[in-house]
Design a protein around this ligand. Structure first.
Ligand code: UDP
Ligand code: MG
Length: 318
């Protein structure tokens, strides 16, 4: 096998503080992998600017001028982390043999890349980076993130535990993945669906080197809902199951009402009636909401809008 050409794909959104610190780290890693003969010299660090409002794109353009190993593409507007990663992967797929996607904030240990590339050289097509510890995360972030994975699994969305979007994917897998046309993206759940031999590599997650997280609780919940509704219809089944359960309980309630009526013990029960009406209408609204969530997804899918639009590149396209 010839030495593979690696593209490190890095989504960046408003990262002017951290990019000048981490960019040289990525380049250094690329160079050291090339020195060890694991990847070819013409490997690249590919930044994807996700419509940043600060100086991120200027920084990327400057880097590209300084060293040919840095290249960048810019999305026409902010589309979110998942779309930014996808744009980078699709850009890279015909130009390289392997990609590694990683966040630009230095939280994911770049030294795990050696092991990832080794696993690829051993024949794995996908290598998941898995966090071994979360000591540096706040208690809140750790608890919510772990709850996130457990909830996903419960709802039937299979994801690799504690794996975010730090992973190696070969261009072979990306060629197949390009046929997954859905616009609702949840990469960490979709990549396993492509199949091929995979493994995981564990690393410890550090703190952000600078700048602030763009994933507050609100976005994490949105990601969880996206993950569940794009990977599984289990919530719809749960609704049906719950409906059957409520119907059964109501049936018993009706029997009870009839019996007490026959025994002549009926009292005008305003409270119980109100409680039941409130409860059932609440349940119905929740169920409608869940069903609506899926219909919304269908609506977005039928539009078939582009999943990313690249407005600029740091190099001329051939
Ligand atoms: N990011 C992006 N678009 C967005 C939000 C985030 O490309 O709309 C990038 C961001 O620059 C970073 C990565 O996604 O490289 C992960 O974001 P962040 O570090 O804020 O999330 P956290 O690690 O706190 O979950
Ligand atoms: Mg981060």
């Amino acid at each position: 096998m010839t030495t593979p050409r690696l593209f490190i794909v890095i989504p960046c959104y408003n990262e002017q503080e951290v990019l000048p610190i981490t960019a040289p780290m990525f380049l250094e890693k690329l160079n050291s992998l090339a020195r060890d003969g694991k990847i070819s010299e013409d490997s690249r660090v590919l930044f994807v600017n996700d419509g940043s409002k600060d100086k991120t794109w200027e920084i990327i353009s400057d880097l590209a001028k300084q060293d040919e190993h840095y290249i960048g593409i810019s999305q026409s507007r902010n589309r979110g982390h998942q779309n930014a990663v996808l744009a980078g992967l699709m850009e890279a797929k015909d130009k390289c043999d392997i990609t590694i996607s990683i966040d630009c904030d230095g939280q994911d240990d770049i030294n795990a890349m050696d092991e990832m590339v080794d696993a690829y050289l051993d024949g794995c097509q996908v290598v998941y980076g898995v966090r071994s510890s979360r000591e540096t995360d706040t208690f809140f972030k750790r608890a919510t993130a772990q709850g996130f994975y457990k909830f996903l699994a419960m709802m039937g969305a299979e994801v690799v535990y504690n794996h975010a979007d730090y992973r190696l994917i070969s261009s072979r897998v990306l060629q197949e993945f390009a046929n997954f046309k859905e616009v609702n993206l949840f990469l960490r759940g979709m990549i396993p669906l492509v199949g091929f031999k995979s493994t995981s590599v564990s690393y410890s997650r550090a703190e952000r080197l600078a700048g602030e997280s763009h994933y507050p609780l609100k976005k994490m919940i949105a990601l969880a809902v996206d993950g569940i509704t794009s990977l599984s219809v289990k919530p719809l089944r749960l609704i049906t199951g719950f409906g059957v359960f409520v119907a059964f309980v109501s049936f018993i309630g009706v029997l009870w009402a009839i019996i007490t009526a026959i025994l002549g013990r009926t009292v005008a029960g305003w409270a119980s009636t109100t409680c039941i009406v409130c409860f059932v209408s609440g349940v119905q609204l929740i169920c409608l909401g869940i069903i609506g969530e899926y219909i919304g997804k269908i609506y977005m899918e039928t539009k078939q809008r582009p999943r990313y639009i690249i407005s600029e590149r740091t190099w001329e396209q051939d």
